[in-house]
Ligand binder design. Structure first.
Ligand code: GAR
Length: 215
């Protein structure tokens, strides 16, 4: 059984998408995978209620309570290891993780980001995409490396930017795509169909599913 730990900071809609998909696709029986814990770095994260609604144990580890990034990272790593995690999913986790943490979970740490990386790493991605005038935008799921929003790309979902789009409408359409993209990637990782080898993504029997995802 692949044990998944999700890290969140806020709303938790990507967490909800993973948990809904896991339930509707009967992951625990159809594929050996289960979300065993949720950890938030914010006590007020709405995603904590999402975890509770799905019966997944959730914990809060507030980064403000720690004197340094390294101390927070170390405690977070311990909490994750206590759940014997095979895969750690950053599902709207808005805290930069240091090099020691990233190295410790190398190859089993993935993130969803609301842009077509390497375009628009960091914050305010939709506003920046609109300001740049791009006509295609989207979301990326990638392995986490030492560079913020860097790391080998697993899959992306693209959509057209409409002339009448504003930050809210664009964010909403990208988020819908994230909710399909992230659970698919998590499933592929748990099935052993995607892995990180020597800094590169390797896949097995993924072509048809990947094309279906691209639409
Ligand atoms: C999502 O749009 C996710 O891509 C983004 O935060 C949002 C979290 O929403 N993550 C990042 O920007 C990471 N760099 P959610 O809490 O509803 O899943």
């Amino acid at each position: 059984m692949k044990r998944i730990v999700c890290l969140i900071s806020g709303r938790g809609s990507n967490l909800a998408a993973i948990l809904r998909t896991a339930e509707s696709e009967r992951w625990a029986t159809e594929i050996p995978a289960a979300v065993v814990a949720v950890i938030s770095n914010r006590a007020d994260a709405a995603g904590l209620a999402v975890a509770a609604a799905h019966g997944v144990p959730a914990a809060v580890l507030e980064h403000q309570s720690f004197a340094s990034r390294e101390q927070f990272d170390a405690r977070l790593a311990e909490a994750i290891e206590a759940h014997r995690a095979d895969l750690v999913v950053l599902a709207g986790f808005m805290r930069v993780l240091g090099g020691a943490f990233v190295n410790r979970f190398c190859g089993r740490l993935v993130n969803v980001h609301p842009s077509l990386l390497p375009a628009f790493p960091g914050l305010a991605t939709h506003r920046r995409a609109l300001a740049a005038g791009v006509r295609v935008h989207g979301a990326t799921v990638h392995f986490v490396s030492g560079d913020v929003d860097g790391g080998a790309i697993i899959a992306q979902a693209a959509l057209g930017v409409l002339p009448e789009d504003n930050e809210e409408t664009l964010a909403a359409r990208v988020l819908q795509r994230e909710h399909v993209l992230l659970p698919r990637c998590v499933r592929w990782l748990c099935e052993g169909r995607v892995a990180l080898q020597n800094g590169r993504v390797v896949t097995r029997d993924l072509a048809a599913d990947h094309l279906a995802l691209l639409g």
